[in-house]
Design a protein around this ligand. Sequence first.
Ligand code: LLP
Length: 415
Amino acid sequence: MSAFQYRNGELYVEDLALNTLADNYGTPAYVYSKAAISESYLAYAQALGERGKICYAVKANSNLAVLQLLASLGAGFDIVSLGELERVLLAGGEPGKIIFSGVGKTAAEMRRALEVGIACFNVESAAELEVLASVAADMGVQASISLRVNPDVDAQTHPYISTGLKENKFGIEFQSALAVYERAASLASLKVVGVDCHIGSQLTKASPFLDALDRLLVLIDQLAAKGIVIEHLDLGGGLGVDYQGEQPPAIADYVNMVLQKLADRPQSLIFEPGRSIVANAGVLLTEVIYLKPAEAHNFAIVDAAMNDNIRPSLYQAWQKVLPLQENIEAEERVWDIVGPICETGDFLAKKRELKLQTGSRLALMSSGAYGFVMSSNYNSRGRVCEILVDGEQAHLVRERETFADVIRAEKLIKN
Ligand code: LLP
């Protein structure tokens, strides 16, 4: 059941009215449900059991309290930068359950990750492999590695978030993978432990994942024939969520399909889910500042904008808009929900039938993933606050930025 439900015409998160949160903390604000995050994580963890680990993709929502919650449930983490590594450590994540993905890891990032003892590097190029080998040799340690292989399958999703095709910048070409593995196996400071892929995000069908898995299994057999033993298989993240009636496989069904295909192979499994754990656990609260009905379009100008959630502008993403209060005394019209930023691309939703008044409050649903983390200070707007709700209790887990926060690192020059 969704953590966001109407009770007597008021939209609630768990046992708190979102209107109360807006009164207490102001708008715009991101609000997350602890129960919803836990439920999705546990759906993965329980379906997978002892057969592997769930490494939450930190990039989807990296609030420390969210990471702390997932760490307390036993999650591992998939990171892509030094900043994400330090966040996970601060939040109590175990280094031995961290995997490091990304096409541009620097030597300094590798050094820090080796120092704290992460589980595995997902290496994305032959060049990166050489740098990692020399950093590890320098430190007198062995780095566990997996190669991110590009299986060249079509994820059938938005081109910006499709990553498993030949033309994408990610991973090592399937045809070159064997040779790069042989090179890795020959380097004393590296230990080959896995095979990895990540083919894209917001996938709503299981077939591309299963096609990618087929290709990886072929590679694992080829490697075995060369004496290279693979301990784990990492299928990346990418399972989609319901934004607008999409029907992706349920988390447990997806994991079970993969387990079935893996049958009695000895490899353990890693998943790197981000969106499917947090997207539908969060909303962005906003308030109507002005209504501007016009001949061509009715605009509702709200206090949240593209700097707070860039997904609609960047990917033409569709997210549901719900009023915090049903049954408002107003005529229903078709509205474009737009922000105060000076750009035509600044919109959160288009053509929505709503009853609105000045001061009406709205929830932009499914905002828990790639929402706050992609926000910016564009137009010198402070980033908004984040609230984690647990039953009747609200925790302010990030304060709203003040003007002083926005200019903190800037300096006037002396003349
Ligand atoms: N692993 C790797 C290596 C990734 O690059 C990603 C996401 C994930 C895991 C997690 O994927 P997920 O389970 O969240 O689909 N900003 C875009 C999505 C970008 C995804 C980038 N990589 C959006 O708002 O739709």
